[in-house]
Design a protein around this ligand. Structure first.
Ligand SMILES: [Zn+2]
Length: 326
């Protein structure tokens, strides 16, 4: 069962009632928020031949593979990386497989020109559409502007600005917002993600997108989140508590803990930028944040030259004193 995005789903469901429609949609929104999941759910509904499919599935719903969600009338265009993982690839090959090239786009269009096999309609999804090469994108223009009869095309991307304007102007926009906190929690429960991190913290770090949750709750992340939170609260207090917090981090036996935590701290600050100020767990003056960023880059460079961290500690603390005006 899909959780959230109620408005989008009811708008899309409304379109199913009109079988004459053939159009191209652009699903955009945060990575991991559920765009692809919803595109597949919608495809299943579009391809359904009608009837009470929960009780007794129609021919199309029966064929729709529960796990892989494959269906002969659901055509997916994506990068070629799938099926090749595990084998060692050169950098060039990695780069090649991370784009959608013109030959794949052409094959996709050929498939689209055939009549549906099971259903009365067909659905085509371009996953991570921002990975289309310029050539591939150009080759698709005409098809996107005027999809074949009874065909719905969905472009899915978290980076819509990376798509050429010529493509974007041919699509009907569907923009996905982050899930609400209760929805986010419900998805975590559904997928069985266990973490020691507070759901509220995870929600902010994953930008309300469950697909980003897992990478945010690795043990190292949890530990540096704790350090970040202590830093955030220390920054609001007199400078002495900030310095003691930093000294504790400097004494950590993990060589990179200090730098990694500071880096996470900055990244967290950047993540907060677009958010409604009321719901930001932390805020900091952008100028100070930039200064902190520059300082961090400097420290990174110094450690690359094997200058001992402890020797820099005093200097770092002095810099912080300056940045945070204490
Ligand atoms: Zn059905």
């Amino acid at each position: 069962m899909i959780i959230g995005h109620e408005k989008i789903r009811s708008r899309l469901d409304g379109l199913i009632e009109r079988p004459e429609i053939a159009a191209t949609f652009l699903f955009s929104g945060p990575e991991g928020v559920g765009k692809m999941l919803l595109a597949r759910e919608w495809a299943k509904k579009i391809l359904c031949l009608g009837g009470n499919c929960n009780q007794k599935p129609c021919e199309s719903c029966r064929i729709f593979h529960a796990e892989t969600q494959n269906h002969p009338d659901l055509i997916i265009l994506s990068t070629s990386s799938e099926g090749q993982s595990g084998s060692r690839r050169s950098l060039k090959e990695e780069e090649e497989s991370s784009t959608i090239k013109i030959d794949k786009a052409r094959a996709f269009m050929v498939e689209l020109s055939n009549a549906p096999l099971v259903s009365n309609r067909r659905v085509a999804i371009v996953d991570s559409a921002h990975l289309l090469t310029t050539q591939a994108a150009n080759s698709l223009l005409k098809t996107l502007e005027e999809p074949p009869p009874a065909t719905m095309i969905v472009l899915v991307t978290h980076l819509p600005d990376h798509l050429p304007q010529t493509i974007r102007s041919r699509c009907l926009n569907v923009s996905f917002a982050p899930l609400s906190l209760p929805e986010f929690k419900a998805v975590l429960e559904q997928i069985g993600l266990k973490t020691e991190m507070a759901p509220e913290d995870l929600y902010h770090l994953a930008s309300g997108a469950p697909g980003q949750a897992e990478s945010q709750c690795l043990p190292s992340r949890t530990r540096s989140l704790e350090a970040s939170k202590r830093l955030f609260s220390a920054i609001k207090k007199p400078a002495t508590s900030l310095f003691s917090e930093l000294s504790v981090m400097l004494e950590d036996p993990d060589e990179d803990f200090f730098l990694n935590s500071l880096e996470r701290y900055l990244l967290d600050l950047y993540r907060q930028e677009g958010k409604d100020p009321e719901n930001r767990p932390f805020t900091i003056d952008p100028i100070k944040r930039e200064m902190l960023h520059d300082k961090l880059l400097e420290i990174r460079t110094m450690s690359a030259y094997n200058i001992h961290r402890a020797m820099n500690a005093e200097e770092v603390l002095l810099e912080f004193r300056e940045i945070f005006g204490a």
